[in-house]
Each structure stands twice: as structure tokens, then as C-alpha cells.
Design a protein. Structure first.
Length: 323
């Protein structure tokens, strides 16, 4: 089994660089070890969180030094679960939320991180929800009508857009707010959601392919998700398992009146199992690491002229974050 040294650069602060899905998938085909520095790595996974701009010059210099010394330039794979523009011309491959059909791009939506392949008590996803989420938890029928409480929302981004949704929902019952802006920090989100029938969980933005963990966590806890996001969520989820307020012109009263909640409660959430998506990602990573593309991600002008990057929206959809 070929030995591959990996390094993770500029990921979010609580990202587990040892126990994560990308290492677990590589380990199915390679002997994976963790490099102490980028210069010692065979594969560099890079994201866009702290110090990204400051690191760029250093990383480019590392590439040049390796090449001059006769070494093999590391394989660079950019990873993004957020709504930012993707880099062009610097990486062999990109893994993101985007709906791009290019050979060196793989769509791995951020909600997939809620299904850890290497569960660890230190996992940010497990700490946030309170336990590991399974495929069976989101595919089962739920019985929200038996819950003692009406609705809740967990907000970390105190947008007035979110509070407008709360205001509308309050016309139908009590809505409890959680999160730092409400002065009620959340530990073990799944336990809190398990008391409620509805979970109001809007995304930060409406962009094609952008779906975070919010829907998955609501359904795993047995809640009906009142979501707001791009209609392309149907790529991942059954439309009858989610209430998308975007498709009701953000009219909560209309959504509650028109949705068949009995059908929604009985409809499985996911169209494909996480195992299927991981199997395809495993094959993608094996191909990129074993035979790196000659051309970097969207390096040619012809490729970039025909698609939208992560921050570019469909002209009919709202692309900006919640105001």
C-alpha cells in the first residue's frame, strides 16, 4: 500500500486534522501519515479560513523549492463547505458544495461532515449535536405531533432576516430562541431539538448547492425543519421531507397552511446514503492522488467562462448572505 503524507492548512479552528472523513477515505487506498509541515507533505488539503492570504506566498515558495530540489510538488486539494469563491489555477482538485461538472471537482456538501467516518469525542460535529448522526436517524418516520413544545430556533448569526421568520412563526405558537445572541448557548443541540415539533433553521445564503448541516440535524432530532435555502437542495434531499420557506416567498403562514405535515413526517430525508457519496469521494481522491491532473482547477479560460464559481449566484436567486 502506497504511503501518503498529508497536511491540512487553514481549516476552521476546531477541525480535527487526524479524525476526519478525508483522511478516512484516503486510508482505504493508501497508508496515511500526517506531515508536520506543508513542505513534507505529499498531499495538502487547504481551506480558506485563517491566514489564507498570508500563507499563499509561503506555499508557492515551498512548491518552487521542492521542484528545484528535484522533489515532487505536493498535490493540492482545496476544500470548502462555505459560500466563498473557489480559487482558480492553484490546486489539482477542489472539494466543495458547488454543482460543478468538471473532472477535478467533487461535490461533498458540508452536511456530509455530520456523518463522521472516524468518530471522535473531539469531533466538532459530535460535540455540537451531542452524538453521532446516522443514516437511519434521518431516514426514519418522525412523530413531531407528540412533542411538548411548538418551535425553536438556534441562531449564531443574529440577522434581522432570521428574527422576521421568528416573528411570523410566533403568530402560530411559542418559539424559543437558543444560541449566543439569545443569551442561551447550546451544548448538545440534539437534546434541545428533541423537545420541539418545528425547528426554524434558515441558511446564511441562497446559493446553488449550498446546504449546511441544519436540515440533517433537525431531522435527526425528529423535528420538522423550517428551512430557507436554494431549491437545488433537491439534489440531496427529498422535497417532501423539508419545508423550504424560499419556495413559499418567505411566508411562514402560507407554508404551514399548504404543507402536508403527515406526508413530510413519513418521507425519508436523503436521496443517496452517505456511504454512496463517500464511496464516490474515495474513488475521486484515489484518482487525484494516484494520477494528478496536468491542468490545475479551472486553469483554462475556456473552463472558467462556462460556469459559476462558489460566490456567483444563479441570476434568479438571492446570492448575498442574510441581511
Amino acid at each position: 500500500m502506497k504511503r501518503v503524507a498529508v497536511f491540512f492548512a487553514d481549516f476552521w479552528h476546531d477541525f480535527d486534522r487526524v479524525h476526519n472523513n478525508f483522511v478516512a477515505l484516503l486510508a482505504r487506498r493508501f497508508e496515511v501519515v500526517h506531515a508536520a509541515t506543508a513542505g513534507e507533505a505529499d498531499v495538502i488539503f487547504e481551506s480558506h479560513f485563517p491566514r489564507r492570504v498570508a500563507r499563499r506566498a509561503h506555499d508557492d515558495a515551498t512548491d518552487v523549492a521542492l521542484a528545484d530540489a528535484g522533489g515532487r510538488t505536493p498535490i493540492r486539494i482545496f476544500v470548502s463547505g462555505e459560500r466563498f469563491n473557489l480559487p482558480v489555477g492553484r490546486h489539482h482538485a477542489v472539494i466543495s458544495n458547488n454543482l460543478l461538472a468538471t473532472p477535478n471537482h467533487f461535490r461533498y456538501p458540508v452536511w456530509m461532515l455530520s456523518f463522521p467516518l472516524a468518530p471522535s469525542p473531539q469531533s466538532a460535529e459530535i460535540r455540537r449535536f451531542g452524538c453521532a448522526i446516522t443514516y437511519e436517524m434521518v431516514q426514519r418516520s418522525i412523530s413531531p405531533e407528540t412533542r411538548p413544545k411548538f418551535a425553536c430556533a438556534v441562531f449564531h448569526n443574529p440577522s434581522h432576516f432570521r428574527y422576521e421568520a421568528v416573528r411570523q412563526l410566533c403568530a402560530h405558537g411559542r418559539v424559543d430562541l437558543y444560541g449566543n445572541p439569545a443569551g442561551r448557548p447550546v451544548v448538545g443541540k440534539g437534546r434541545i431539538l428533541s423537545e420541539y415539533r418545528l425547528n426554524l433553521c434558515p441558511e446564511n445564503a441562497v446559493l446553488p448547492g449550498y446546504v449546511s448541516e441544519k436540515i440533517v440535524e433537525a431531522r435527526a432530532a425528529g423535528c420538522i425543519p423550517l428551512w430557507w435555502g436554494d431549491p437545488s437542495y433537491r439534489v440531496d434531499f427529498h422535497e417532501r421531507a423539508v419545508v423550504n420557506l424560499y419556495e413559499f416567498d418567505f411566508d411562514v403562514t402560507r407554508a404551514l397552511a399548504e404543507v402536508d405535515f403527515r406526508e413530510l413526517s413519513q418521507t425519508p430525508l436523503l436521496r443517496a446514503s452517505p456511504d454512496d457519496i463517500n464511496a464516490r469521494c474515495e474513488s475521486f481522491l484515489h484518482r487525484i492522488v494516484s494520477n494528478p491532473p496536468d491542468e490545475r482547477f479551472l486553469e483554462s479560460v475556456a473552463a472558467t467562462s462556462s460556469i459559476c464559481a462558489a460566490g456567483d449566484a444563479h441570476p434568479d436567486r438571492q446570492a448575498s448572505p442574510c441581511p
